[in-house]
Design a protein. Structure first.
Length: 151
């Protein structure tokens, strides 16, 4: 299930759906829900965080203003997008909202497990970095004191 957060969209797909989205805006003044969703779906699977954030904004707009029948899809990809930019709490919020609507949704349950595991892993890495920085700072202070005493 980790692949969901690591899968990236082929650039050709991103360009194709971006073009479709922009064409609809130019010709109709607004993109259809389908075009906006397809483009957002590609963006949240991009390797660039700016693209992912743009995809999240498009999905949030769809969720608030568009097709009621597709809200579960919007929630799911909002959860994926937020997890990919390490906004784990927000991702879990969307997963829980989806599970409220569909308590037996296996994909959402699996994604929740992946996000929690990532949170734990990133938290441990964060603690290791802080611990390493503290150790390095302590070593520098020790060297500074030793140099000061030697003079």
């Amino acid at each position: 299930m980790d692949y969901l957060l690591e899968e990236t969209v082929p650039m050709a797909d991103l360009k194709k759906f971006e073009s479709k989205y922009n064409d609809e805006i130019q010709t109709q003044g607004r993109a259809s829900s389908t075009a906006q969703f397809e483009y957002a779906w590609c963006l949240v699977r991009s390797k660039y965080s700016a693209d992912i954030r743009k995809g999240i904004l498009l999905l949030e707009d769809l969720f608030k203003n568009r097709d009621e029948s597709a809200k579960q899809d919007y929630l799911y990809y909002l959860a994926i997008g937020n997890a990919r930019i390490k906004e784990y709490q927000t991702s879990l919020k969307y997963i829980r909202a989806l599970l409220q609507i569909q308590p037996g949704n296996r994909q959402a349950t699996d994604l929740e497990g992946v996000v929690k595991k990532k949170m734990e892993r990133d938290g441990l890495v964060g603690m290791a970095v802080v611990g390493g920085a503290t150790l390095a700072f302590g070593a520098l202070v020790g060297v500074g004191i030793a140099l000061a005493k030697s003079k």
